[in-house]
Design a binder for this molecule. Structure first.
Ligand code: BES
Ligand code: ZN
Ligand code: ZN
Length: 490
């Protein structure tokens, strides 16, 4: 589907259908031309309501207020409805409001693109959609004296953002045998070619040379060898250096601490953090951001077998610390520990890790919200704010000294799980913190995306399955960093 920003009044654009958002039941707007019919269709204009008047060639979507989340969700719904129709083209006006001129139009365009995605690659008869193009009229720019060129850029970048999220979703949804660590690395190499990124792929021999004992232990029982993928985006005179580390478990069976069957399905999505890091690199490169961004993905499988790592094993991490394995299903933190230690050698100004790390995070925050952890409260707040403006949910999970005490081992420097039943998301974060050097403690953020990365039902702009969680959040953070945390579309 194409999105075309057209410098013409809405009524002059030739299209088979028109999309109109009704804000706060304002039926008197110039684009609302069928208000006399609303009552007979029982349409009240309540938030999340829609009315498709096929014979009038009009699709109405009601939103409560001019708000980026409302319009993003409604736009995604519009694409879903139009995809089921025979219309090939649709037109829509721009909606603006608030103090950051690009935020609402960006959300609308993202919504259209995000609503288009569904995972049907493995269906023998994929659905054939008629919808080809959505034309966006610049009429509102003229009315409100907004520079058209600036708006065209905002629309263009929003399209790229949406596409990067859909690209990530497809990768996360890909079944484990078609997205092995080696295949993930090939995907990274193809991405690097397409987006002009540097890429280095390291194999198990290199992991051994690096003394990544934790990463290697997790990988041992898989027939698919592990890979550490390092992608780099390097603009001229970068504003800051950001290093992103992603958990890329292409499958998590739990290892010898085997998951029950019900909990094992969906674990193809345990690569969600790694895929999100790749998607962020794609978005950052395609929108020409001015920060240097590194993506480090620990790609491996957690399997069972005669040479599997075991509960009771003691592992030695890259930074020299020893870890007593108490549960082989707490594998993500072991892979991340070694990746984070490597990541700090790149001397980041900001160090973020993204991981589907704990079921406890899903229990605590629900399946739609990512957990944000770290030592720097101001940075956590900036990340949570970026999540909001980007259209994701994220919430602070605070560290405390008592939870830290749960990470005591009698035989090694630390166990790989906390000793209490509660607080599992935070003890996992505190475990990772053990691998962050003093110089980087205030620069580091851990994002537990276990809930929103993969949800088995449609929600907001997200279809069944992978959502691409983390991509809009982190890309928005980088955008805002470049704008000194003011309006991000400067
Ligand atoms: N990949 C899982 C976490 C997960 C759970 C992601 C649900 C997405 C949805 C992780 O490796 C894991 O198994 N964690 C264990 C840790 C426990 C053994 C301390 C968990 O959360 O149960
Ligand atoms: Zn696990
Ligand atoms: Zn896992």
């Amino acid at each position: 589907m194409y999105i075309d920003f057209v410098e013409q009044p809405l009524s002059e654009i030739t299209a088979e259908c028109e999309v109109v958002f009704i804000v706060n039941k304002q039926f008197d707007h110039k684009w609302v031309t069928d208000k006399d019919l609303f009552e007979s269709y029982g349409f009240k204009g309540e938030s999340e309501e829609s009315l498709f008047l096929i014979h009038q060639n009009k699709l109405y979507l009601a939103i409560e207020k001019i708000d980026h989340e409302e319009i993003r969700n409604a736009a995604a719904k519009a694409t879903r409805i139009l995809k089921k129709s025979a219309f090939k083209t649709a037109r829509v006006g721009l909606y603006t409001g608030g103090d950051c001129i690009g935020r609402i139009p960006k959300a609308m365009v993202e919504g259209f693109v995000l609503g288009e995605y569904s995972f049907d690659t493995y269906k023998s008869k994929p659905s054939e959609d008629a919808l080809e193009t959505i034309f966006i009229s610049s009429e509102e720019c003229a009315d409100k004296e907004i520079p058209v060129k600036r708006m065209a850029k905002i629309v263009e970048n929003a399209k790229k953002m949406g596409c990067a999220v859909n690209w990530t979703r497809e990768l996360v949804n890909t079944p484990p045998d078609d997205a092995t660590p080696v295949k993930l690395a090939e995907k990274a190499e193809a991405l690097a070619k397409e987006c002009n990124l540097e890429v280095n792929v390291y194999d198990e021999k290199w992991l051994e040379d690096q003394k990544m004992g934790c990463f290697l232990a997790v990988s041992r029982a898989s027939v698919h060898p592990p890979r550490l993928i390092h992608l780099t985006y390097k603009p001229e005179n970068p504003k800051a250096r950001i290093v992103l580390v992603g958990k890329g478990l292409t499958y998590d069976s739990g290892g010898l601490s085997l998951k029950p069957g019900d909990y094992m399905t969906t674990m193809k999505a345990d690569k969600g953090g790694g895929c999100a890091v790749m998607g962020i690199l794609k978005a950052v490169a395609e929108t020409n951001l001015s920060c240097e961004v590194h993506g480090i993905i620990g790609a491996t499988e957690n399997m069972i077998g005669g040479n599997a790592y075991k509960p009771d094993d003691v592992l030695k991490a890259r930074n020299g610390k020893t870890v007593e394995v108490k549960n082989t299903d707490a594998e993500g933190r072991l892979v991340l520990a070694d990746c984070l230690s490597y990541a700090q050698e790149l001397k980041p100004d900001y160090l973020f890790d993204l991981a589907t790390l704990t079921g406890a995070c899903v229990v605590g925050l629900g399946e739609y919200t990512s957990g944000v952890m770290g030592w720097n409260k101001d940075l956590k707040n900036k990340v949570i704010e970026a999540a909001d403006f980007g259209g994701e949910y994220a919430a602070d999970l605070p560290f405390n000294r008592y939870l830290k005490k749960l990470l005591k081992s009698d035989v090694a420097d630390m166990p790989n799980i906390g000793s209490a039943r509660y607080g599992g998301a935070i003890t996992a974060g505190l475990f990772l913190s053990e691998f962050i050097g003093e110089d980087y403690k205030d620069k580091w953020i851990h994002l537990d995306i276990a809930g929103p990365a993969y949800v088995e039902k449609e929600w907001g702009v997200n279809p069944f399955g992978a959502s691409g969680a983390g991509v809009r959040l982190v890309t928005m953070f980088i955008n805002r960093l470049e704008a000194n945390f003011e309006c991000e579309d400067q």
